[in-house]
Design a protein around this ligand. Sequence first.
Ligand SMILES: [Zn+2]
Length: 333
Amino acid sequence: MLARFALSILALFASFSPGRLSAVEKDIFNYEAQRAAAPGTKRIVFIATRGTHGGRGNHEFLAGEIYLARRINAVYPNAYAVVYTDDKWPTDLSNADAIIVGLNHGGRAAMDPGIKAAAARGAGFMAIHFGVEVNKGEQGDNYLDWMGGYFETFWSVNPWWEADIRELGNHPVARGVKPFKVRDEWYYHMRFREGMKGVTPILTAVPPVSTVQFKDKPSDRGGNADVLKALQAGEPQHLAWASERPGGGRGFGFTGFHVFANMANDSFRSTLLNGVAWIARLEIPPDGVPSPTLTAAALNALMDEAHAPAKPTTTPAVPPNAPKPESKGLGHK
Ligand SMILES: [Zn+2]
């Protein structure tokens, strides 16, 4: 507790140093301000699918990323995180230090030239829930390179179950995370790099065999003979993992987050915050990135903000000299 308090005091003082922006000045939708931030600032870019998947509270990627970005901005004076939505996809990632996607399928991210270029120069990459799923082939190969693993249909599964997470990685992303039990649509049996090269599991549990569901022929997301065999052998499954590329770039994958209410769980939330900080090469305190427990009211306010009609940005999201995108009638859902 004292360490957390000391850290927030430190953050407060550090935020007054010249050239640094305080948390309140770091508007998560002001992309120009992020670009203009002091040299050495870690520039973190979140991309979220706008809207949900199955009603309020499900796949709240925008609400979740708004929270994560603001929290990182509040804790770290040397970081500036912004949030984009899939209908305003970032066109310039040339100075991004880390990119985090919460998308209803990660395919677009896996093929995005800006993300490819960012990863190639060492930027971190992280995907949450449905954002970890991409197609086998070029998309999957990119994810293996950037993040060490991905959800591959007919190999990975996406059941609902209460994961009893007792095994935590010995890694900075696991700092402050305690064993926890949470019901979510935890995907598992990810396609990982051969021999788990450069991959460190962060959250691990043993799913019940009943979570594999298929009859006769393999199902795209329900089950297949390989995953059934793994479960029957009692093989633990990794629900979150950190990875490093040979060139030094960092990746983090997190398969839960269907249920937004799970952000109220301290270890669930800390794992996500730590993941963002780690891929951006920010120092993670011994107890993890500090964050107060989220109340139901706070979660509701985040969802309300995410569901409100999009406001026009005060500054252009693209540099003035960039080619003008085709007009698509700018109506937002
Ligand atoms: Zn889901």
